[in-house]
Ligand binder design. Structure first.
Ligand SMILES: [Zn+2]
Ligand SMILES: [Zn+2]
Length: 184
């Protein structure tokens, strides 16, 4: 959500100046740039590291109601597999399509993104687009076998594993306790 009173920082790579479009419908320009990813972009299990390269490939077009921004953003991802906790790194490309309306334009309402003077703040739009595309249950691979619920062994590292085998001594006390509780 964009706070209408948020001060835009022109130095941020995600704040775009539309001065050169001169509010003239039909004017357009393209923008390719690599900027630093902002703070806290993502969810607990997978996120875009702050300061990592975020590649923008955009088209800015002046239309009657404002400036239409279309294109893509490519970001780096870091997270952990929810089954086996292995670090995951990946990249994600999201589509951007947003109309930033001129203040007072007919298309302008509470939901719409607005121009702030001649500036566009791409950050909230990117945040929404990226968070929607993130996997809520990231996996290191689709068939990750996870950790053994009894001893914590990474089941991807072995072909067969069951608990007729001797248990890792670090866990044996716990196992004894559990089986003692189950069999009276
Ligand atoms: Zn995994
Ligand atoms: Zn086990």
């Amino acid at each position: 959500m964009t706070s209408p009173h948020r001060r835009l920082d022109r130095r941020s790579g995600l704040v775009l100046d539309t001065h050169d479009l001169r509010r003239r419908a039909g004017e357009l320009r393209t923008l390719q740039s690599t900027v630093m990813a902002p703070h806290e972009l993502g969810i607990a299990v997978i996120r875009v590291p702050e300061g990592s390269p975020l590649e923008l490939d955009l088209r800015l077009e002046a239309v009657v109601e404002g400036v239409l921004v279309t294109g893509t953003a490519l970001v780096q991802l870091e997270g952990e597999c929810v089954r086996c906790l292995t670090p995951i790194s990946d990249e994600l490309e999201v589509d951007v399509q947003e109309l930033f309306t001129y203040p007072g334009s007919e298309a302008s309402d509470e939901e719409a993104s607005h121009l702030d003077g001649e500036l566009i703040d791409l950050e909230p739009v990117l945040r929404d687009a990226i968070v929607l595309e993130l996997p809520f249950q990231p996996l290191c691979r689709p068939d990750c076998r996870g950790l053994c619920p009894e001893c914590g062994l990474d089941l991807n590292t072995v072909t067969e594993h069951d608990h007729d085998d001797a248990v890792d001594p670090r866990w044996s006390k716990l196992t004894q306790f559990e089986s003692g509780a189950e069999t009276p």
